[in-house]
Structure formats: structure tokens, C-alpha cells
Design a protein around this ligand. Sequence first.
Ligand code: GLC
Length: 710
Amino acid sequence: MINLLQKLTTKEKIGQLLQIAPFFFIKDLEKEVYGPLLDLQLNEEKIFLAGSVLGIGSATEMMEVQKQYLKKSKHQIPLLFMADIIHGYKTIFPVPLALASSWNPELVKKAARISAVEASTAGIHVTFAPMADLSRDPRWGRVVEGFGEDPYLTGVMAQSMVEGFQNDGIEKDGNLAACVKHFAGYGASEAGRDYNTVDVSRYALHNYYFEGYKKAIDAGAKLIMTAFNVIEGVPSTTNRFLLRDILRDQWKFKGVTISDYDSLKQTIAHGQAKDMEEAALNGIDAGLDIEMASSCYTNHLEKLIVSGQVDMKLLDEAVLRILELKKEIGLFENPYKGASLEQEEKLVLSKKHLAESLKVAHESAVLLKNEDVLPLDKQTKVALIGPFASSRKTQGSWSWHGRHENNQTLIEVFNLEKADVVYINDEVDALKYTKKDLEQLKTADVILVLVGEDEKWSGEAHSLSDLHLRDGQHLLVELAKSLNKKVVTVLFNGRPLVLTNISQSDAILEAWFLGTRSAQAVYDLLYGRVNPSGKLTMSFPVNVGQIPIYYNHLNTGRPLEFAENPNTYVSRYLDVGNDPLYPFGYGLSYSKFSYDPLELNSTTLQKEDALEVKVTIQNKSDVDGYEVVQLYIRDHHAKVVRPVQELKQFQKIWIPKRQKRSLTFKLTQTDLSYHLPNGDLVVEPGLFTVMVGSSAHHVEKIQFELKEDN
Ligand code: GLC
């Protein structure tokens, strides 16, 4: 690609850094694209020098755009097509927060695989996923797109998605190059308000927030997208510490960096650049390659090069990375790579894909409560009430290629399954129930209350300050309980909610947004055709005042558990406890699992050795089921204090009814290490506790000592 680079003029090089929407290439620039042209100060020459396209929706559209573009391309450098394929293309899978709740990396990889196969038939080459932003704040609407509050799990899930998307090579049809995002620390937006300030220490970045991006890069992600937020007062998009010190120098990342939508230009609003020229200078200096949906580079970089303020070397490096990526994908051989009307017809929304989506949905739901009411049997007379009885809006944000008409409603599935439904009412307002409604409702044995959030209430720019169910939906639970009926509440939402006002429910199933096959999955789980196996990856707070609340917190110098009398000077609230309503790693099953005490092969560990941690789990029920066995550690003394718990390994295992299974985890010093604020990875000898159990709060414990080097 060096030879090609050397043929390019400065204008042609700068064009490769521009990413714009597809309509610029196929609409009448004068009549139909006039406004955006003005906003971006583009003209035909600049448009037809662009390097990549943001968002494409079909093979036909992609082929038309590429054809029109290449007609005017002097060097025949094809456009690269990128899109947000986050949890499905047209077959929609559970939202990523739900995918993570499956604790099944292979399943998550499968979901990404199928998403890539479908999206690539439209000629898409790059997906802006996985989103690996760790978050501890469910007020932030984008928790729906991430994997929760734990660095290790976020890393495992991000790696699984990259492997699923990129599979056996991005040059192969059916595979997508992964662009991990948003680098960095976007999930720490203050007060959970999207795009807000992020102010976290390098200690927190290295030990919590960086893990997901790093594991995605280690898995081979080809691109990384910068975040909207600042880090240490410097916008991520122009942050040399992030883009050069960490990404290039420490992590040896060789791939392409891309801004988020307009985020280079937004460095003016942030108060860093005084104008687009300075934004361009800061961006190329920091190591930003592609500018998405703004035109600082296109309109100002040439002047900076000519004046010598920017070294041509910086531009060449960025352009070369982009050309190399296009070459690796195979675009120079076939500019229409992947786009196929025939494959689109054959593969998209295929029965096989829909069946896989159902399997993933089964394992992504989390049973939060069950007081002897689930599973239902077919003889049970049920009532379905609440807005999600008839809703098709169960695919969550970032699923716009999916169509709601492809999603069944719960009523449709219950009828298809010939369930004994005695009453249906999708009214959201309990106060509208008439005497007649109540008479009919009373004929049910169990009332299913189907409530949650509109899909639009989570996702980008959708933060909430109050996490209770909206529009008085909790009154439906109260109404049902007032009839002395068993009440099962099923939640359809994209974030942890405050559930204290539906605690009268006899059972609560967290169904998130499970995608195209959501309704069938919920039915199968409620009637025991499938045994719930999901576990939370974000804590559910008792109230918003507890936020940020997360399991892997530091102990403080005045921890609550040290206090003889909790009313002394210790770290706690006067009006609510310190614990969440439901903790990280929590989820029930129709099986009953019990853990035997842990066994170690030794109570001391030499650094170069591995400690064997054996645990036996018994299934004391008559129901076969999966259990997610979680292993946590605690490092009791370190130069830089460590969390009271850290997830380090887990296994999801099948345990048949009335049987038991033993697992042996191998703990090595890698599991026991942590990052100093400068990023150095260290491990210190001393006392550790290892914990194994069914959630962060339900564990068997045992201590061991890591010895000094011999
Ligand atoms: C959005 C999002 C980012 C997405 C991009 C392209 O603003 O922040 O996650 O990939 O724009 O749609």
C-alpha cells in the first residue's frame, strides 16, 4: 500500500480520513443533500474523495453507492462500509446487557457470528461493536449496549463478540471487522447523564474501564472508536494519552482509530479547540485516523500540512492504516465484497438464525424472584395484563435493521401454545380497570403482569433520573395482588430498574429486550420448557440514591461490617442499606443448587504455581439446569488497595436433577495481579481469600497465602 499512498495527492490522502453517510453519493447534491452539504461544508470533489461510509441498509444500496463512487475515483480506492451491527442485523438477538447475563461466551460469539453473516450480505465490512464501556450507573441509557459493571466479564464478552464477528478472517465473506468502542471510560459519565464529564483516575482506568477494550484488541479487533467524553479534561478523540501512550505504545495496537459521530468537531464545544482547524490539528496529532460525520480534516488539514504545522508523516500513517485495512478486507480485489442479493434472500431471517436467536434469548433472561409460582403448568388459568402483553417492541436500541413486525407478541405466542388464557388487557393504567375487568381477572389462577420500558427509554442520549417503572405500571401489580392472586411480573427493559414498588410480585422474570424471538423465549421460560439460567451483570439498586453501586468496590477505612454498632461512624446511609436489591451475579433457577465447602490443594501458593480450587455443586431438585459457578478473589493487603471482591473466572455447567458436579479452578498469579496507576501489572505476596458461589453475595470462602518469590 506504500506505493499507492505515494501516488496520492494531499487532498486525496485527506479524503481517506472522511466518513459520511451513503446518501451523499447517490442523491442529487443540489436538491436533496443541500442542508448536510452546507453543515459539513462539503462539495462534490470532497465527497468523492471520502474513504468510508457510515450506515448502509442493503446490498442494492451498497452496490449503487460503490458504483457511483468508483466512477469518479481516480485511483479506484473503494469505499469501506461500516454500520452499527450491535446485537443483530435483521435477526435481532438480546441486547448486549442481556447477552452478558447469559454468562455464556460461546452463545454470545454465536450471536455475533450470525449478525455478521446477515450484515455482510448487505456489503457491510465493519461493525461498530462490541461496545465495551463498563458502567456502574443504570441512569446511563447506554448500559443496555454494554456488558455491565465487571471488567473481567466485560473483557470475556467483548472478546467473544470480536471472535464472532471476525471469525476466520475479515477477508472472508460473512465476516465483519470489529470496531470496539468507546475509548475510553464513556460508561463513567457523571450522574449517568449521557455525554457528561468523565473524571476517573488512571488506577480506575487500568483496573476497571480499560479491560474490555484491551481484551477486544487482544482478540484482534481491527478498529477502535473514541468516546464523546473527556479523560483528564482532554476529549478522548484528541487524547494523546489514550490514543498514543496507551493504544499504540502500551497495547501495540496497529489498527485504525475512528472518532464517534462528529466527536472531533465537538472538541470545540468541549472547550478544547477554538475552531475546526485547531480540532483537526489536535486530532491528527493525537493519532485519530478517521473522522466520522464531521469535516475538520477535510476542510482544514491541507492548510496545516502546507504551513508545516502538521507533519505529512502523521497523515501518511493514518492513511496507510486505512488502506491496509481495505486491502486486508479484500476491497481492492472486490469493491462489492459481501454484497449479494441472493445471499441476502437466503440467509437473512432464516429459520436457523431465528432458532439460534431463541436459544440465546432463553439463556439471557434472569429469574429474580420465584415464590412457588413458576414454572406454570398448562392447566393454570392465566391472565395477561400490561402494555407488553401486545407489544412487539422487544428488540431494544441499536436494532434499526430489525423490524417490529418480525416480532411476535406474547398474546400471539400464548394462543399458539394453547395456554389457558382467561383474560387479556394491555392497558397501562390500572385506574382504568372496570368492575367487569376485575370480575374477569378474578377467574385467573395466576396473573402475568407484563411491564417495562419503551425501547426508546434506554440507549444513546436516553438517561433517566428515576428508575422506577414509569406511568404507574407498578399499580398493575398492586391491582393483581389486591385480588389475592399469584402475580408473576415480567420486565422488558434495557437497564437495572428500581423494583421496590413491585416487590409484592410472587415472581419476577427480567426479560430485558430479548430480540426477535422474545415472546417465545418468555413463554418457554414461564412454562418451564426452558429452565432460567441468566445471572445479573449489573447490580439492581434499592433506590437511585445508592448509585453508583457495584459489587467490586473498595472497603473504605470505616466499612459497615466492621461496626459493632451500625449507628457509629461507619460508611452507610441513614435511610437505606448499603446492599443492592439484587447483586452482581445473581439469578435463580427452577433447580436448587447447593455448594459444598471449597477445597484447596494447598493453603500457600508460589508465584509460578497454580492453586487448585475444588468445588462441588449439588442439584437438590428434580429439575435439570445450568448453574453459573463464579470464582472471586480478594487481595487483603496491597500497595494500592484492592476491591472486596473481584470476579476472576466462571463456568456455566449443566447439572442433571439430583446429581452433583465438581469443578476445579486453577488460580495463577495472573488472576491475582492488578495494575498500578501507571499501568504496570503487579502481584504482591500476602493473604488472599478465594470465593466461589452462585452470585457475588452467595459464596463459599477459603483463604490462602501467596508466598514471596523463592
Ligand atoms: C453514535 C454512537 C456510536 C455509533 C455511532 C455511529 O453517536 O455513539 O456508538 O457507533 O454514532 O452510528
